[in-house]
Design a protein around this ligand. Sequence first.
Ligand code: RAM
Length: 525
Amino acid sequence: MASFCILDEFEVHKNEEFLRIAEELKPELHETEIAPVRLLKLREDGSPEPEVISEEAAENLKAKCLKKDDKVILDFGNHHVGYVTLDLSSAGSHQDAPAYVYLKFTERLDELTADTASYNGWISKGWIQEEYLHVDVLPAKIELPRRYAFRYLEIKVLDVSLKFSLVVNAVTGKAVSAVQDEEVTAISTEDEILKQIDRVSTRTLKNCMQLVFEDGPKRDRRMWLGDLRLQARANYKTFHNTDMVKRCLYLFGGLTFNEGKIPACLFLEPEIEPDDTYLFDYALLYGSALLDYYRATKDMDTLKDLYPVAIRQIEIGLTYLNEENLIPDRSGEFWCFVDWGEGLNTQAASLAILIYSMRYGIRLAEYMEDAKTSQWLAEKMDVLKKSAVEHFWDEEQKLFVSGAGRQVSWATQVWMILARVFDKEKNRELILHTIEVNPRIRMVTPYMYHHYIDALIRSGEKERALDEMKRYWGEMIHDGADTFWELYNPYNKYESPYGSVAVNSFCHAWSCTPTYFLRKFYLEK
Ligand code: RAM
């Protein structure tokens, strides 16, 4: 379990003008009608691969008289985020007892057979998309109040009475998103896997684009800064909804806390409010998200407004350095994210991310013609690069190590490459050597894989990056992904940071970036 770093004193600073700008950019959500496209039946042996029993879902559904323990499984054909209405009635004698109904919405097929009752993870089981309904009077049209992220819906009759049955006349729904499929053109390639990867990426992005860039429409449903940065990159190359990025950057910039820190995430309801969680790396990466935005839009007014917020994050980051110019090791806390994954030591990566953010800070300062800032940042960055090599480079292993235990992980190598502690050729040697050694402490999230792909491309290993993308995201599709997942460890497919995959999110913002890589580095003229 991650130990959260809850702040003793938490003081929110609101910039009303920034929040006003953000509010004006609030999108109208598009609604699309959705309906089940087929009914499924689980195999006799209970295996998760259901048999398709009907393509004429609506007619077949209506024809069923459901008794105690009967169930139907509806397949909506693709992953959706939205609302569902049940149209129910009874057959037989007068309804003499409540119809007691169980509903389970799932994003993946596998989840239909997962045992959710024994869930014992460390985050709320409230995220599992299950409902228990008592329907006292039939017929009834029930508009379910929650928003779901789902492709499948199981409806099970927990009980009726001996004298009547439940009839599901129809299940209808509306999917919601700030963007529409038509806004994106498919990539032109003959490669089927790449086409699929691109399609699943854009679907993931679309379903996470709600009133802000959410991280996962099933779980969390809030805006995390690290996820936002990657979503925005994918968005520039696809839906190009730059207003949404602008809105989100202003929200983070307008809701800072203690010393001007940007929170790691924002809650959206009942009112937008910052979480009392500071993640060192996420806050530092704000500048990178701002620079991407500026490069995509040339919106100087926004840059001018938010530049001080970005530079402030670097200043705050620098205050954590000790006398040896190192960030003290806080791997045991939820303080510098880097990646989920048991036992990952984040000390070296945190210094690398600080260096990386300073390079972005320098670029921002150059656009702002702020020579003083770019100069001090460049000088300090050189000092930190030297410190990184001096303390973390292991000449014998030819790898970077991290923490007192001198841990070798993939994440540390990747972030040192992205920090450009070495030149391009040496970075190339390092990434190839890492692949060969295959350190035991692996990457587990698509978030970390994004940075790995980035590191390969920046080290001149473009073809290998493409192969790795196909291997990782392609394998997820092979394992049934309609949208990409929060966590995917090809070596342990049931891994969860929360104690059970039942609460993992299977449409997760930070996993949508293959579309960015493909469109930016491979398919654009
Ligand atoms: C989880 C979510 C989110 C991520 C944080 C660090 O709660 O998966 O996307 O940014 O962790």
